[in-house]
Design a protein around this ligand. Structure first.
Ligand code: DGI
Ligand code: FE
Ligand code: FE
Length: 192
């Protein structure tokens, strides 16, 4: 038997998210499960993390900040100024509270899925990558190559996604979270 009640989690997410976001969520979950099989990671954990990675996407900036404060999770000034970033940290808190997730690796994967972090676990890298390459994504650069690389070389794929993200943030003059830059530097040092 599964450790997770996936039908219940899916129903709850379908209620909480927009139709488009829910479709994206299913795409990330299935992609994460496939990547987990290839890379020798617990595929049910990967599916759960994929399903829940954007579970706080419907919360307001105020709600996200409040949740983090209440849970004792640090919120930086850059995150207050760019509260979009906070759906990741708030998502990990919500997944523990509302979806009964206890596996810290899954909670970390939700928390780190937007910026990444140096030294991510295999599961965290899988969710980070699946979020970018899931089949419903079609507007992002380099997808064909990144989709192939994801199944071959996770570290390389994480690095190349971060490279693309940093270029996009630079082009659109958006604030770069130190975590995004630090994660890029870390994988630039270890990926081939
Ligand atoms: O929630 P999703 O849309 O599925 O994807 P996501 O959680 O990866 O969020 C994507 C957005 O996050 C994308 O528009 C780029 C943005 N992002 C990633 N790193 C940074 C960032 N935005 C800012 N301002 N700074 C960052 O370092
Ligand atoms: Fe997200
Ligand atoms: Fe996402």
């Amino acid at each position: 038997m599964s450790d997770y009640n996936f039908p219940k989690i899916r129903h709850k997410l379908e209620d909480a998210l927009s139709e488009k976001r829910y479709e994206h969520t299913l795409g990330v979950a299935v992609t994460a499960r496939m990547l987990a099989r290839i890379h020798g990671v617990d595929d049910e954990a990967a599916y759960a993390a994929g399903l829940l990675h954007d579970c706080a996407k419907n919360l307001s900036a105020k709600e996200r900040i409040h949740m983090c404060n209440k849970a004792g999770v640090e919120v930086t000034q850059l995150e207050i100024d760019n509260p979009e970033l906070l759906h990741a940290k708030a998502g990990a808190i919500l997944a523990a509270k509302e979806y009964d997730i206890k596996d810290q690796d899954i909670l970390n994967a939700i928390s780190s899925h937007t910026t990444g972090r140096p030294g991510m676990s295999e599961l965290e890298k899988i969710v980070f990558v699946a979020d970018y390459i899931e089949p419903g994504r079609d507007e992002r650069p380099g997808l064909k190559e990144l989709r192939a690389e994801a199944f071959r070389d996770l570290d390389g794929c994480v690095l190349h996604i971060l490279d693309t993200t940093l270029k996009y943030l630079g082009d659109t003059a958006k604030a770069i979270d130190p975590a995004t830059r630090e994660t890029y530097d870390y994988y630039n040092g270890i990926a081939h």
